[in-house]
Design a protein around this ligand. Sequence first.
Ligand SMILES: *Cc1c(COP(=O)(O)O)cnc(C)c1O
Length: 392
Amino acid sequence: MKKSNLGVNTICTHIGEIPDEQFKGAVSPIYLSSSYEFMDVDVKRYPRYFNTPNQDYLAKKIAALEHAEAAQIFGSGMAAISTVMLAFLKSGDHVVVQNDIYGGTRNLIEKHFKDYNIEYSFTKDLELGSFKACIQANTKLIYIETPSNPLLKLVDIEAVATLAKSKEITSVIDNTFATPIIQKPIDFGIDIVLHSATKYFGGHSDICAGAVATSQAHINTIWQTSIALGGSLSDFTVWMLERSMKTLAIRVKAQQRNAKKLARFLDQHEAVAKVYYPGLKSHPNHAIAKKQMKGYGAMLSFELKDYINASAFLKALKLIKPSMSLAGIESTMLLPAKTSHALLTPESRKAQGISDGLIRFSVGIESKKDLIKDIEHAISCTLNPELMKTNA
Ligand SMILES: *Cc1c(COP(=O)(O)O)cnc(C)c1O
């Protein structure tokens, strides 16, 4: 695949800029036309053809970051995921899916694939053998997501990519949690990389978008399905996304630095029962993390000891927001049992290792000492509710 010689911060800042020929402005203009001339032009442009100037140019930045030949931007992560799945899976085909994946993706597969006569198998666990065991004669895709949500389990990307290649199966990864700053799956042989750009690409909790990065040939296939399903986005949002992505590398690195320190702090705290973070030596996939990730990401999960109520703890936080979603520059925490995994039965959650008190922590860019102080204070409040009143 194509690699740029530029450094990652230069790619973030400059690749995919639209030169402002008219006024020589420093940033890309926004082109809002939904109607472009069709005569004597090389490209017939239209928003739902995913080829307006802003879409076209931003795709170059995403492709460069992922070491891909080409990319395409969508109206949401799920628009990217569903379009790619339906581009490669036809009636009678089969897909092997990693067990721990984003709830929306699982919903797409379990609720809708039957209607399209698409077969699927979820792997028993994240080991290579479990992927192998699921492969059938009609398997067309292998789909992974690493690190996984919410327990931050890892899949060996290179091993799965190699397995897929040996069986002539297309491999797909949801790289939302790691971002290309931390992990470039195409370098490990993965065919197609997906993103919820709502998360780190956007990074400020104010954009909903998605993206795919892959070979030009695969983009051509995906494009055919894209124009039929129509999951494109407004050029206002594309422009916002371009602005956000200029700081992707510095944001993600700062968040990751904080996460590593917060994981260590929580791991040593007497009120914390368990911490899930690939950067901890105690994490079962620490060796895989070292092999395929540059750092360990900015997401972690933890459980407080039984004597602390997780909901009370979240309510007592003053700085860290108890919010849905993740990856913004502001730190957020949520309870998977009450949000992303609320529709599962308690037994099914337990089987997946998701306790009712499990807290998922999306670490932001705030000063580490303030985050630690906020957590310390919230723990004290849950143990002594009087403190809540006095400090309110
Ligand atoms: C949020 C998320 C998605 C879905 O993205 P939307 O932009 O909400 O459609 C897919 N995968 C992962 C890992 C996510 O976190």
